[in-house]
Design a protein around this ligand. Structure first.
Ligand code: GLC
Length: 619
């Protein structure tokens, strides 16, 4: 299984948010599960400056984007079993920041087009391109566009991860042809349009073979208007291919027993180092050096959806409790001003640093006792997992990945790994903070057990990486990586007859055997997959198929009409499913264009042949 992971940022090369952490740790985890993995991202100035000497020049080519004909360099390096590719174009990426420019949509359109264009220069031809958020949303769209799509692209399946639906890549209608180089058919049939604008994320949701949200709860929230920023209808329409896979964290990088960045190491066997970390944090933030006073921490972008309104509302009530508070982050001016002001009101008890600072964030994860994340919405959230790993007990609102990772403390059966509240209400939050402080101060053993459960949580990528592989297997029809090789040997030994059979047959045997041997790892026919099958069946008999080739819709419709008229008698005798096929096929012939993409639906409906039939990788 060959996976190309396309992202606009990745640790350690550059980072503005959680996507970078995921892109830095999921691909190595996939490689650890025996997939062949490459990552592709832009070669930003800051990447070139810090990592330039480790990158090898592979080649250059030219990328056509609307009327533009742009230079495109390709660099690479090997790291953690993954090949990293970097797309070079100085005009677009030689800038101090990653995002925030007027031409961001053009920059990432170039990047997306370049990913498709440069495939031929990479070490393998991918079975799946895994895209992330709006910046790479054009990849599934380009792969479905007749302007780009040649025969060799047909084998590629696409998966799209939604890390934050708030950012959708919206631009004016004119950008479709002028910037993205797409024909007007994309707007005419509405695929890429939303509220009168081009909306790249919407287009990608419809075009991708699989969509996933970064936590199971977020996957269901995305179908609700409160969370989906107007894409709830599309999400519901795409439910058959939508899943939720919880992010993991890099358990090696975030390990209090080995982390060199913290004041003292500690583990469950000996927690004394955490007290040292606490003292170091108090010194660093100018807090009173009180070992017994619980420190509540907030490490966050200072923006509204992180739930900061709740904190502003009851900060004085929080400060009436016997606590210290540390705040690290930057963001909206109103929150920055509020926290700067609040720090002055509570000297020695409230420490604020308006900054994004990796080293200080580690000092906080290790030195604090409670970690506050009252987010209005939180697709996954990584901080609460890092905090738990460092024995800092989270207090969260029950939304998205926070709900999936933090389970409320219950005193009656001594369970849970944190504290939580459900309503977006400042006094509910205050109440829960009060409970947490009470437990810390007055029930030390119960708090220690709670902290232990938090630290014991498995937040590694292993499980989620396998879930991603299951998704890739579902959309490609390929067996689980690793299973195929192991089983091929077994098949050769146990079933020599297979060797005499035609290639396709051998593959089938192999695949089946692979699934059997893979045991729990075999691509499960989950409810979702089942649903997908049902949806596929429906798609054959209804007009509502979400994604089609990008021929001019009018031409296509005319062609369908013509074909229906011509072939009507025969069609009427045939069963319904057959009619559609005939009609559609005739339409294509009439239109004189390429065969439409074999979408996952069609593929499943027709009982997809196996790997042997896929076009060969371009070396
Ligand atoms: C975004 C989300 C965050 C998630 C991260 C990685 O930053 O806001 O919740 O953890 O992406 O998926």
């Amino acid at each position: 299984m060959k996976i190309l992971y396309a992202t606009s940022e990745a640790v350690p090369f550059c980072k503005t948010g959680g996507l970078a952490d995921v892109a830095g740790s999921l691909p190595p985890a996939l490689a650890g599960e025996k997939a062949e993995v490459a990552v592709i991202m832009p070669l930003y100035t800051r990447v070139r400056e810090k990592f330039g000497d480790q990158l090898q020049f592979v080649c250059y080519d030219f990328v056509d984007l609307a009327w533009r004909h742009c230079y495109c360099g390709l660099f690479s390096c090997e790291k953690d079993g993954v090949t990293w590719y970097f797309i070079d174009n100085e005009q677009y990426f030689n800038r101090p920041d990653l995002y925030g420019y007027d031409d961001d949509s053009e920059r990432f359109a170039f990047f997306s087009r370049a990913v498709v264009r440069m495939l031929q220069h990479m070490k393998f031809w991918p079975d799946v391109i895994h895209c992330n958020d709006w910046q790479t949303a054009l990849i599934p769209i380009y792969l479905a566009d007749d302007g780009v799509r040649e025969e060799k692209f047909r084998s590629i399946r696409t998966a799209l991860s939604v890390h934050n639906v708030e950012y959708q890549g919206r631009t004016g209608r004119d950008s479709l042809e002028y910037i993205f180089g797409l024909p007007s058919g994309w707007a005419e049939d509405g695929t890429i349009m939303m509220d009168g604008d081009v909306n790249l994320l919407k287009g990608a949701l419809l075009c991708a073979d699989a969509i996933n949200a970064v936590s199971p709860t977020y996957a269901s929230e995305l179908k609700q208007a409160y969370f989906a920023h107007r894409l709830e209808g599309i999400m519901s329409q795409c439910d058959y291919k939508l899943s939720g896979v919880l992010n993991g964290i890099d358990m090696v990088r975030y390990d209090p027993a080995a982390d060199k960045a913290i004041a003292a190491n500690y583990s469950l066997a000996d927690m004394s180092g955490k007290a040292e970390c606490k003292l170091a944090l108090q010194r660093e933030m100018g807090l009173n050096e009180e070992a017994e006073t619980p420190i509540i921490a907030l490490v966050s972008r200072l923006v509204s959806h992180k739930g900061l309104d709740l904190i502003c509302e009851v900060l004085h009530d929080i400060m009436k409790l016997p606590v210290q508070v540390v705040v690290l982050g930057k963001g909206d001016k109103r929150f920055e001003e509020f926290f700067a002001w609040a720090a002055e009101q509570y000297p020695g008890r409230l420490g604020v640093r308006l900054d994004y600072n990796e080293a200080l964030s580690m000092a906080i994860y290790s030195g604090a006792d409670l970690f506050l994340m009252p987010s209005k919405s939180e697709p996954c959230g990584l901080s609460q997992m890092i905090a738990m790993r460092y024995g800092t007990v989270p207090i969260v609102r029950e939304t998205g990945g926070l709900k999936d990772t933090v389970h409320a403390y219950q005193s009656w059966n001594d369970s849970g790994n944190g504290f939580s509240f459900a309503e977006y209400n400042a006094y509910d939050m205050l109440h829960v903070i009060g409970e947490a402080v009470e437990l810390y101060m007055n029930e030390k053993e119960a708090f220690a057990r709670l902290r232990q459960r938090a630290m014991e949580g498995d937040f590694s990528w292993a499980k989620s990486a396998r879930e991603y592989l299951n998704i890739y297997c579902t959309i490609t029809g390929l067996p689980m990586p690793g299973a195929e090789a192991a089983v091929e040997a077994a098949v050769t030994e146990e079933a020599p007859a297979a060797e005499e059979a035609p290639k396709k047959r051998v593959r089938k045997t192999t695949k089946k055997a692979a699934e059997e041997t893979a045991g729990e790892e075999k691509p499960k026919r989950t409810r979702k997959v089942k649903k997908a099958d049902e949806a596929a069946a429906e798609a054959v008999v209804t007009e509502e198929k979400p994604k089609r080739t990008r021929k001019s819709k009018k031409v296509e419709e005319a062609a369908v009409e013509a074909a229906v008229t011509e072939e009507a008698p025969a069609a009427e005798e045939a069963p319904k499913k057959r009619v559609r096929k005939t009609t559609k096929k005739a339409a294509e012939e009439t239109a004189g264009e390429e065969k439409p993409k074999r979408t996952r639906k069609t593929k499943k409906t027709e009982e997809t042949p196996v790997v042997a039939e896929e076009p060969k990788a371009e070396e």
